[in-house]
Design a protein around this ligand. Sequence first.
Ligand SMILES: Cc1ncc(COP(=O)(O)O)c(C=O)c1O
Length: 405
Amino acid sequence: MNKIIPYSRQSIDQDDIAAVVSVLESDYLTQGPAIAKFESAIAEYTGAKYCVVFSSGTAALHAAYFASGLGEGDEIITSPITFVATSNAALYLRAKPVFSDIEPDTANIDEGKIEEKITESTKILVPVHYAGHPADIVNIRALADKYGLTVIEDACHALGAKYKSGQPKNQTVDTRNNEWNRIGSCSHSDMTILSFHPVKHIATGEGGAVLTQNKHFYDRLLMFRSHGITKNRLDFIDSGNGDQGEWYYEMQLLGYNYRMTDIQAALGYSQLTKIKRFIEARRVIAAYYNNAFQDNPYFDIPIERDYGKSSYHLYTIQLKEHLAGKRASVFARLREEGLGVQVLYIPVYLQPYYQKLGYKAGLCPVAEGFYSRAISVPIYHGMTHGDRDEVVKRVLRVLEEADKS
Ligand SMILES: Cc1ncc(COP(=O)(O)O)c(C=O)c1O
C-alpha cells in the first residue's frame, strides 16, 4: 500500500502547541490580547495598515463586502474559478455575483474581459489569486478607478505571494516603480481577504482576516465582526439614549458573531513566525515539480508571470487535449495510488444552486475548459523530499498508462 500524500495539510510543531496551551491557561479564551497581537503581526508582515481577524475567510469576505457598502441589487465581478465562498458572500447581502472569464494559463480573472461586464450596478471587482499566483491587480485597479469601483482581493490562496506593482503583464518595459509588494499590502486594492484553513499557508483551524489601509473600512469591519456593537464612547450616536454609564454600549448596525478565539489567534501568531520557511518550502517544491515535469507529453504545468511570485497554495496541472477525456479515470487512478489529488475548481456558476438562480453553462468557456483538464497535485510546506519524489513518480506513471490505454 502506497503512503497517502494529501493535497495539502498543516504543519504544527511544539511551539504552536505551547502557544495554544498558554492561552488555555490564561484568563481569556476569546476577546483577549492574542487577537490584537496576531492582527499586528499580519499587518506588519503584509504591509497593510489595519488587520481584522475573523472566524473564517468566508466571514472575512462577508465583512469586507459589507464594509464597502454592497447591498441589494448591486453587482460584484469575480472569477468562476474559485471556492464558492467568494460569490456566496455577495449573495448573503442580496447582491449579484457576475462571473468574468479567466486566463487559460494562470486561471486568474482575465482583466481584459472585465470591462464588458461592468454595468451601472457594478460596485466591486474581486480578483482571486488562484493557487497563490497574483492576478493582474495593477490593471484591475486602473479599471476600477476608471469606473469608480472598489477592489477586494480574495487572497485566501496567496498569503506570502508578491507582485511587481510596475509591470502590467502586456508590457515588456516597466513603466512605473519596480518593487516587489506583498499580497495584502493593499497597494492596488481597498481590502484583501486571507484564510487560515489548515490547507492554507498558516493554520488556525478555521480563521480569516481582512487587510486594509482605510480607517473607515476598518471601523466597519470591527463592528460587523461583533454584532454591530461599539463600546467606544467617541463613536456613540446621539440616539436619545444619553450616556448611561460605563456598561453602556451601542448596536449601530446589524452585525454577526464572526470573532476568532484567542486560542486560534495564538496558534496563528506562532504559525506566522514560520511563514518565510513555509513559503520557501512551497516554492522549492514547485520548482522541483517544474523541473521534473517540464516538456512532458501529458500535461501543462503552472506558469509564473514575470510580475508575480506565487506562494503555491496549489500546484494545478492541466491535461493536454488528447487526455482531457480521460480526466476522471486519471483522477481515480491517482487516488488509488495514494495521492490526495483534487479538482479545483468546478466553475462556481455550474453549481446547482447557481443554476437555479439562472446562471447557464457556457458563460465562461475558458474557465470550463480549464476545469475539464485540471488536477491539483499535492503541495504543502511539510512535504518531505521522499513525498515529492513519490508524487512525480506516481503522476508520471499514471499518465503514461492513461496515454497508452
Ligand atoms: C479562494 C477562496 N476564497 C474563500 C475561501 C473561504 O475561506 P474559509 O474556508 O476560511 O472560509 C477559500 C477557502 O477555501 C478560498 O479558497
